[in-house]
Design a protein around this ligand. Structure first.
Ligand code: MEV
Length: 305
């Protein structure tokens, strides 16, 4: 019986987390660590879903359900996953597995789904499960590359760039994204003007960062990352550990550093010149961070042949 293997990349938020949930732009890059989905038709009376990482199974169950409804598929299916990275580090495993599942199912049942259709279906599943989220991680998993993204995918454009010289440090604490989104939502409710102003400042940073990344002006990109990070601190989403990792990176010569993603734990990123790599990595480790070695600007979802 027919069997298909697909994959989709994880993501790193470069600029604009949280503000993007309110319709402001963000910049995200796809990582070269991927999640793989193997889909096959089976003779069973019910579907089989095998996922070594428990959290993923809900995303697969809902993706399969939506796909079957949408395309009136009755055939039973087995979905199996394999992953290059842990779902504990906040680098987008749920979105990657969802996108890879729709890609696999579309190929298995010969439904020609465009990237936009895969994005829309996957975003629907994420919203069903998490209730909140901008969809930027789904965009990275679907389209790959480095993207300028406006919430819900109203506008998604590729930035013409190459691999960006980044170091990724994991803080050792798994953050809960919906909780962090709600934290900012509460702050926004209570201090509309102040928080709205922060979002506006983040938008301005992104306007400049887009050009700086395309021009490979990493000094400027780094400065803009620092500014974005300070605004995230004001939003109340940084942690002591993230602060020490960011400060250690800057003290050891990074162009810029910031938390990446929801905050409250998870990861930070530092932008470096290649000769500073070793020093910055050591500095991050010294304050308790773990280095995650990943390339970025990676390819979006694809069939694995
Ligand atoms: C989480 O990685 C980034 C947030 O902006 C949430 C989202 O955009 O879905 C906090």
């Amino acid at each position: 019986m027919k069997k298909i293997t697909t994959s989709a990349p994880g993501k790193l938020m470069l600029f604009g987390e949280h503000a993007v949930v309110y319709g402001y732009p963000s910049i995200v890059t796809a990582m070269d660590t991927r999640i793989f989905v193997i889909a096959e038709m089976i003779e069973n009376s019910s579907d089989i879903i095998i996922t070594p990482q428990v959290k993923e199974s809900r995303f697969l169950v809902e993706s399969l359900k939506l796909f079957k409804e949408e395309f009136q598929v009755k055939q039973s299916v087995k979905l199996h996953t394999r992953s290059d990275f842990s779902h504990n580090v906040g680098l987008g495993s749920s979105s990657a597995v969802t996108v890879a599942a729709f890609k696999a199912l579309s190929l298995l049942f010969d439904k020609k789904l465009s990237k936009k259709e895969i994005f829309d279906l996957s975003y629907k599943v994420t919203l069903q499960i998490q209730g909140v989220g901008s969809g930027f991680d789904i965009a990275a998993a679907t389209y790959g590359g480095t993207l300028h993204f406006i919430t819900g995918g109203k506008k998604i454009e590729y930035l013409d760039t190459e691999e960006i010289p980044l170091i990724v440090g994991y803080s050792g604490v798994k953050a809960d994204t919906p909780t962090m989104i709600r934290k900012v939502e509460n702050a926004f409710k209570n201090k509309k003007e102040e928080i709205g102003k922060i979002f506006g400042e983040i938008e301005q940073i992104i306007g400049k960062a887009k050009e700086a990344i395309i021009d490979k002006d990493y000094q400027l990109t780094g400065n803009l990352m620092n500014k974005n990070h300070k605004l995230l601190v004001k939003l109340g989403v940084s942690t002591e550990r993230l602060e020490s990792m960011v400060n250690a990176s800057l003290a050891s010569g990074a162009y810029g550093a910031k938390l990446s993603g929801a905050g409250g734990g998870d990861c930070m990123i530092a932008l470096i010149s290649p000769e500073k790599k070793g020093e910055v990595e050591k500095a991050i480790q010294k304050v308790g961070g773990t280095i995650i070695r990943v390339a970025n600007n990676a390819e979006g979802t694809r069939e694995e042949l």
